[in-house]
Design a protein around this ligand. Structure first.
Ligand code: MG
Length: 450
């Protein structure tokens, strides 16, 4: 969309969000929601509808229309400023917007209410009932095993920083064909689904008959394009396999971001990075880079572990340190134990502490992600949790995922859905992180020979 239209779009979206709030808070509608909540003998789907509506109702009741409109306008402008700041590598340009965004998020947390930490109120917007305490427990549990694993990998004689295939140029049209071929192999129905190109891959769903994904192309590093395509396919499949009975209801499509990310990561990591998959598409990969490749080569390229500056390019082991850093920063900025003016220094010192590297420019550091500019504070932890949850779907297929996860849409909360699938809460966490830790240890000790 044209950059200079951002102001007008912000105005329009701001007005629309206020109209939506007003319609939601219509007295008759609100009393119907409450009345429905008191009904007995409801089906699970009906209970799900009431649960989801009550969550939205709470949001709209607690925040004023002035606040909602102002937040919408601010984040629309901030996203454009962030993009410019990132291109120009000029953090100072973005800093005043970031200050306002965190101020407004702090206000939002106070309006929404919380028990222990104001950050809890924000986390809950992205994942129902997720708390600061729980994420703290989760990271405490995974931090040292991942640190040990990374040390062993770095000390291995097989350790490398750059794989030569990262720099191999590819033919874009052949790569586009390969992405389509993979999607067809995964039985994507192109009458209900599309693949396009964007600056950053994403999935968007208008209905369970119209779900669209994007991927990216960078001239080199074909794995980046292919694995992004498979990742977004995983998100799309969740919505495409949601029960059609749920269409046009508040529980259509998956709501839990943790479950959503567990789906995309399952396809990306357990299918896309698997040797059987690589062998299947090896001839197409050879064609794309116009040279002969071995499955062993591609496997080591796809499964390389090495600390890097960018979250979106991080491997299965180092990825979570990027999230820990963001979690600690968000929590600190919201409870005001950290200050925006110190943000760059905090970012850089945490990168050094966790991954042993420091960004040379802010575009590769504090300015790298879009989330904060869009107003999202509390989103990042769902990435780590979802990635960890994905290990529980090892060995499952599309049909299993449909019957046990996808078809329910947002009928159940994360905890309810996991319980249904015999994955109960574990030591204060929504599921046991050991499953993924074991998988990572087993896989990478084999690859890196220790
Ligand atoms: Mg994702």
């Amino acid at each position: 969309m044209p950059v200079k239209g951002a102001g007008a779009r912000g105005e329009a979206l701001g007005r629309l969000s206020v109209i939506r709030q007003k319609m939601f808070l219509d007295k008759e509608f609100v009393s119907l929601i409450h009345k429905a909540g008191e009904e007995r003998g409801m089906s699970d789907q009906e209970k799900g509808v009431v649960r989801v509506l009550l969550r939205s109702l709470k949001f709209y009741e607690k925040l004023s229309s002035e606040f909602i409109e102002q937040f919408e306008k601010l984040t629309n402008t901030a996203t454009v400023v962030w993009r410019e700041a990132k291109i120009k590598n000029n953090y100072k340009l973005f800093e005043p917007y970031l200050t306002k965004i965190f101020d407004m998020n702090r206000q939002m947390a106070e309006c929404l209410g919380h028990k222990d930490s104001p950050y809890d109120a924000l986390l809950d917007l992205f994942e129902e009932n997720l708390s600061t305490r729980e994420i703290g427990l989760f990271f405490d549990e995974i931090k040292s095993p991942l640190k040990n694993l990374l040390e062993k990998i770095k000390n291995s004689s097989k350790y490398f920083k750059v794989h030569e295939l990262e720099n191999a140029e590819y033919d874009r049209s052949k790569m586009e064909e390969l992405n389509k071929k993979v999607l067809k192999f995964l039985r994507s129905d192109f009458d209900r689904f599309r693949l396009d190109v964007s600056a950053h891959p994403f999935t968007t769903s208008f209905s369970n008959n119209d779900t669209r994904i994007t991927t990216w192309y960078h001239k080199t590093d074909f794995g980046r394009s292919l694995l992004a395509t498979i990742h977004e396919f995983g998100h799309a499949l969740y919505d495409l396999q949601s029960d059609s009975e749920l269409e046009m209801t508040p529980i259509a499509g998956g709501s839990s971001l943790v479950i959503h990310e567990s789906q995309s990561r399952f396809w990306e990591n357990f299918i896309g990075r698997d040797v059987a998959f690589i062998k299947k598409f090896l001839p197409d990969m050879c064609q794309a880079v116009s040279r002969s490749l071995s499955a062993v080569d591609v496997y080591s390229y796809f499964n390389k572990v090495s600390p890097g500056l960018l979250r979106v390019e991080a491997d299965e082991v180092t990825y979570h340190f990027h999230i820990m850093l963001r979690f600690e920063i968000e929590k600190g900025l919201i409870d005001q134990s950290l200050k925006i003016k110190d943000l760059r220094e905090i970012w850089n010192s945490k990168m050094k502490e966790y991954l042993g590297i420091t960004p040379k420019k802010d575009s590769d550091g504090v300015l790298q992600d879009v989330h904060w500019s869009g107003g999202s504070v509390g989103y990042f932890p769902t990435y780590s949790l979802g990635t960890f949850l994905a290990a529980n779907w090892q060995g499952k297929d599309k049909e299993w995922l449909k019957e046990h996860i996808h078809k329910f849409g947002s009928t159940y909360t994360l905890v309810e859905l996991l319980k249904k699938n015999n994955l109960p809460e574990q030591a204060g966490m929504k599921f046991d992180p050991k499953v993924n830790l074991d998988y990572l240890t087993k896989k990478y000790s084999k690859i890196y020979d220790f």
